[in-house]
Design a protein around this ligand. Sequence first.
Ligand code: FES
Length: 572
Amino acid sequence: MRDPKTFRSTAWFQGDQYEHLSRRAWLRSEGFSDAAFDGRPVIGICNSWSELTNCNAHLRQVAEAVKRGVWAAGGVPLEFPTISLGEMFMKPTTMLFRNLMSMDVEESITANPIDGVVLLCGCDKTTPAQLMGAASADIPAIMVTGGPMLSGRWNGEPLGSGTDGRKLFEALRAGRIGEEQWAEVEGCISRSAGHCTVMGTASTMASMAESLGMMLSGGAAIPAVDARRYQLAEASGRRIVEMVLEDLTPSRILTREAFENAIRTDMAIGGSTNAVVHLLAIAGRAGVDLCLDDFDRISRETPYITNVKPSGQFLMEDFFYAGGLPCVTKELLPLLHGDALTVSGRTVADEVQEVQIRNRDLIKTLDQPLNPEGGTAILYGNLAPNGAVIKQTAASPHLLRHRGKALVFDRYETLRARIDDDLDVDENTVMVLQNAGPLGGPGFPEWGHLPIPTKLLKAGVNDIVRVSDARMSGTSFGTDVLHVSPEAAVGGPLAAVRTGDEIELDVPGRRIDLRVDEREIEGRLADRKPPAAHYRRGYGRLFLDQVTQAHLGCDFRFLGRNAGTSAAGAPS
Ligand code: FES
């Protein structure tokens, strides 16, 4: 157990100089008595609450539960805000700001008298941003996510955010449902506080936090409005005080074994393709050497066993009732590093000894999986020399090996403007979108689930092969090749594709190739005019100057663990 004299907050509050008096006095202005600063651990509650981030709008109540736990365990809780990233509202894309939020989290922790921190997040990017910031700050940290919304229901059928909304929007475009029914869907799809109800990016990243060992076991799937989420928050408040005394820092938890566990879990739950980018970035902050090949190797060895949309049938609320992530972990234990440490101070294996799987339709066995391989596959080829990703479990099986003629759009706006036209397309067409990557988007937007041309929807074609350097929402589905690296805007081969070229996709063989002579490709790339930079000043300029490509995680070059330590520290 640590001596309280070694706490970071001691340097701020304990002493007889003027600054010590003034710091204590200023905190007393908030109504704290001097007894609150007598050497107890100071626990920051890093809150991404915002009414502009609807998925996180209940986090102030969650923070109150955390505070109860901190006080009960003998700590002093101090809640603070950071920038929040609301997927529904922010333009051009929240991904442009993930790194900014991670810097805000890191600097808010390191610049203040905080001995340990509870991270409150929920919506897609808020979770990786907080994990990145906490890994860089490297003081004891525990995560509490906001949990998924209650399941939607319409017309007697479950309604999953994003996934079913998109399907019904395509039905609307094809004329299979009308405006009145569409309006009813709007009222049914989001029933409560919390994040999206399928295994989209928010649910995936909550599962990643749990499987990395950064959240108490069982926390990922508890519905946002269930009393047990507040009990989890209170327990996390108690636990962070103990973690400070044990000096249990993220660097002791975020090991290579922890990342391998997280990747394996991601594959078993059919997680969002965005997890690839975020785990690479978090690993970079933790100083763990991770690459795309780790994902593909683990994917080939790990069956997909979690029957949740968009790859499966059920919703996150059902997943919770089936036992949640601890049950997946228990099933996966023979393939996991069971001795990896978690925030509880216990190992991954210890945490799941007693859990019971309550719905075998939802959580399958390794012997009888939904798919023998994991949800995400990594592709290479002359179209993606540094890699691309595809969610193979949410793709159409008959398109996993496919060759077809390209229909190319060099800008997303053009694609949107022409999607209802009488395009020259059929079910074999390969739609291509260029200039939608980290620099091209800008910010790596979720445009990769390219809309199916209306002409095809009306003919009953609901999926075709689509290729882009964009990401896609974790709630999406379809045969979408994403994250093509290098992206078109920096001269990747995707920039050379022209309408009418043949593209060959071979997911079992892990290939994506442009069937055009290599010298012709080189010539086209040599002749291309690079697109103008989107930003000349401000944060956008910093992003364009410093962001890495998709296969490296899209963090800023100067933020990796090996780039050095933060400027901020204990005050003099
Ligand atoms: Fe926030 Fe889906 S919009 S999690």
